[in-house]
Design a protein. Structure first.
Length: 413
């Protein structure tokens, strides 16, 4: 697209700034079982009710000793055993040691644990063959986590890295933000439901399916309102129904400038439009606004454009609405293009690419092929976006470009 066609378009950065400025996080919380909380967002700080570890314990299999009992080349008889879950609780005679296993509680009065590899067992007892330091091989109470400390702040998404940590505190439940409710529908007389035979001039409604899959990966509750035909009364009723049920309404199609694209007209009647067109490719016709109750995002009708705008704009908007305070935008890395890339100045371009490391450990990227906004197979072939600056033109093989690796919404795994 050339410069004369970019008037009235806002940049991706401006669009994202507007979206996030309006993203007031949900405040309603619910208490759920820890085992069911993967992917959820913490509604409060997670505070440890205990010390971790809860008592001084041994980091090694070996022998617990009192330094005062240890003299050069002296052997110490074994007074008993300290096992994980079965601590030594008898009287500990002076001039003896205690056999101890990893994880066992440190007997009262012990100064150190000597690993068994640094000892010799004799007929008269245990001889210690290396110098012993005070506190060695002892895990102290609260060394990992102190009681009443904040282990996870409010707004953390729970996953494999966090859930075992909470479990180690003995917490069976956790307070999380309620799930965001999102209503979705597609618009267009040409759309046919997946699984039904195509009639003349029809295509399958893949956008709504793709959007639903991404919403489910983001932990949203989805209300699927199907296809709204190109009729202003029908579309208006769909919007009103969606607005009653959801926190966010997402439509696909109908946000362009065709004669049958009624979305903007209806939004002007029943809501407020904050912006309409973006200086990006693909995905120029993206709409953001507010209905009476719910926020609204209107995705383009082209499949590649719909997924791209969802990924770049709706994904962070949902994260902020859900209270996910630690969400980070995709990181951009520098790579060398190994194939030419076609581009006209005027819009920020997100092409689909395949990034790899060459034999020198350098990042390289090549195109997935044809970049038309209807070529959805490019997502399956690629593993990244090639992000080409707004004013940049064609890229020759060998030039450097910026890339964004796909995150969990688009990863091929």
């Amino acid at each position: 697209m050339d410069h004369c066609h970019t008037s009235g378009l806002i940049s991706l950065e401006q669009a994202l700034e507007k979206l996030l400025a309006h993203a007031v996080p949900l405040t309603t919380k619910e208490t759920i079982c820890l085992t069911e909380s993967a992917g959820r967002i913490t509604a409060t700080d997670i505070i440890s009710p205990i010390h971790v570890p809860p008592f001084d314990n041994s980091a090694m299999d070996g022998y617990a000793i009192r330094l005062a009992d240890l003299n050069d080349n002296q052997t110490l008889p074994v007074a008993g055993n300290a096992l994980a879950g079965a601590p030594f609780q008898q009287e500990w005679p002076t001039g003896s040691c205690i056999r101890i296993m990893t994880g066992a509680a440190i007997p009262a009065g012990a100064d150190a644990v000597v690993m068994q590899e640094q000892t010799e067992v004799t007929e008269t007892g245990v001889r210690f063959t290396y110098p012993v330091k005070h506190g060695q091989n002892i895990r102290t109470i609260g060394e990992d986590i102190r009681q009443n400390s904040v282990i996870l702040p409010k707004g953390t998404q729970l996953s494999t890295a966090q859930l075992p940590l909470i479990a180690s505190l003995g917490m069976a439940t956790v307070d999380v933000v309620r799930k965001l409710t999102v209503a979705i529908f597609s618009t267009g007389d040409e759309l046919q439901t997946i699984g039904e035979p195509l009639q003349a001039g029809q295509i399958y409604d893949t956008n709504r399916f793709a959007v639903r899959l991404m919403l489910e990966k983001l932990g949203c509750d989805v209300i699927d309102l199907g296809v709204s035909r190109d009729n202003p009364d029908t579309l208006r009723q769909t919007f009103l129904e969606a607005d009653k049920q959801a926190d966010l309404v997402i439509s696909s199609g109908g946000v362009s400038v065709g004669d049958a694209d009624y979305t903007k007209q209806i939004l002007d009647e029943i809501g407020t439009i904050h912006f309409w067109k973006l200086a990006i490719k693909p995905g120029k016709p993206f709409a953001f606004g507010k209905l009476e109750n719910a926020w609204f995002c209107g995705l383009p009708g082209n499949p590649v454009s719909a997924v791209l705008t969802f990924y770049q704009l709706v994904q962070p908007f949902i994260a902020h609405l859900s209270g996910f305070t630690t969400w980070q935008p995709p990181m951009r890395l520098t790579a060398r293009a190994t194939t030419p890339l076609k581009k006209s100045p005027g819009r920020l371009d997100f092409q689909r690419g395949i990034a790899t490391l060459n034999t020198n450990g350098e990042l390289e990227v090549r195109t997935t092929g044809h970049q038309g906004s209807h070529i959805f197979s490019s997502y399956g072939l690629g593993n990244c976006f090639i992000v080409l600056e707004q004013e940049r033109g064609h890229i020759a093989a060998g030039e450097t470009v910026q890339i964004e690796f796909f995150n969990h919404l688009l990863k091929n795994q």
